[in-house]
Design a protein. Structure first.
Length: 350
């Protein structure tokens, strides 16, 4: 037999259900280890932006079950109730809300018995400790040390407490002496509900700088891809036209295609090639070729002199000429003697 729910608790649940219907975004925050004074200060800072309500976990579960009739999927928030939960209601963007809550946090020293909200890391570097028993205390936490300039130095970073683990007294002492304040005082966002979806804190916490860099890189890569495949958009059309003009001009120059854009360059290249060709001609060779016809136009005596075989004297042709001249007069009287009787015989016959 179910135990009757007191009217006071019913009114609390009904009041929460009514608030859920007014606000589109409902979230859970963990206020464990948060001083009351700090919580009141946070409420004052967030007035008008976030409504913070606290009650028992059991009543929260009942409220989520009752509210699922009007807000589908909101009952999943029950699985994120941990630590000392409180409910927040807002009309702001979930990511903007998560950023605002993080900005309103302040650091604080770790206390024994507290649970780490994130991994607590002891960084590498020098410490204010002089060599002594502290080396053994650090070694108990698996922290590698050395001596530098007369002081103890930590060789490499070490995770001394993982997220969700309880902080031990010796760890809290070392962290305090090292000046490390790993705890954050503020509203630790656990999960948010919006339009049937539940977003956890790791999804809602965004590094704005990294996000902007990712968007810029995506835009740059998209722009480069559009140019490489010739995809025309408002951002790429001017560059694509310039590239097409440049490619067409390069093709015309390489294939010597006469066009208005390249005719001057083609003429300049032709002139340059002509000058280069002219500078490569051997001028002395031209003079020799011009002198050759003169040798062919030599007088006959000079030609005869060049035609004399080796070993014969140049006086021999003169001797032959004299002999020929001597023989010719002897032959003439004989011819005349033979010719004279012919007309005489004819005359006698008449």
């Amino acid at each position: 037999m179910k135990r009757a729910v007191p009217e006071k608790k019913k009114s609390i649940v009904d009041g929460f259900v009514k608030i859920i219907k007014e606000y589109p975004i409902v979230g859970i925050v963990d206020v464990e280890n948060m001083p009351t004074k700090q919580l009141q200060k946070m409420r004052a800072q967030l007035t008008g932006v976030v409504l913070i309500k606290m009650t028992k976990k059991r009543l929260m579960r009942i409220m989520f079950e009752k509210a699922k009739e009007s807000r589908k999927g909101i009952e999943e928030l029950s699985t994120h109730l941990r630590g000392m939960p409180a409910l927040i209601f807002t009309k702001n963007n979930p990511f903007a809300l998560a950023k605002m809550l993080d900005e309103n946090k302040s650091s604080a020293p770790a206390k024994p018995g507290q649970k780490a909200t994130k991994d607590i890391v002891v960084p590498a570097g020098p410490t204010p400790f002089s060599p002594g028993p502290v080396i053994g205390e650090l070694g108990a936490l698996r922290i590698k040390t050395g001596i530098e300039d007369g002081k103890v130095a930590i060789k490499e970073p070490v995770v001394v407490v993982k997220e969700g683990e309880e902080i031990k007294p010796n760890v809290a002492s070392i962290l305090s002496r090292l000046g490390i304040e790993p705890m954050e005082i503020g509203l630790n966002l656990v999960a948010l509900y919006e339009n049937g979806l539940v977003f956890t804190s790791d999804v809602l916490k965004i590094d704005v700088g990294e996000y902007i860099n990712n968007v810029a890189r995506a835009a740059s890569e998209s722009f480069s891809l559009a140019l490489s495949i010739g995809y025309a958009t408002a951002d790429t059309i001017s560059l694509l036209i310039q590239k097409a003009h440049s490619d067409a001009k390069a093709l015309a120059l390489s294939e010597s295609i006469v066009a208005d854009e390249v005719v001057i360059e083609l003429l300049a290249r032709a002139e340059s090639e002509m000058q280069a060709l002219g500078s490569g001609i051997d001028l002395p060779a031209k003079e020799e070729s011009k002198a050759e016809p003169k040798k062919e136009q030599k007088t006959e005596p000079e030609a005869e002199k060049e035609a004399v075989p080796e070993g014969e004297s140049k006086a021999e042709p003169k001797a032959d000429a004299k002999e020929e001249s001597k023989e010719e007069p002897k032959a003439e009287p004989e011819a005349e003697k033979k010719a004279e009787p012919v007309p005489e015989k004819g005359h006698d016959d008449e």
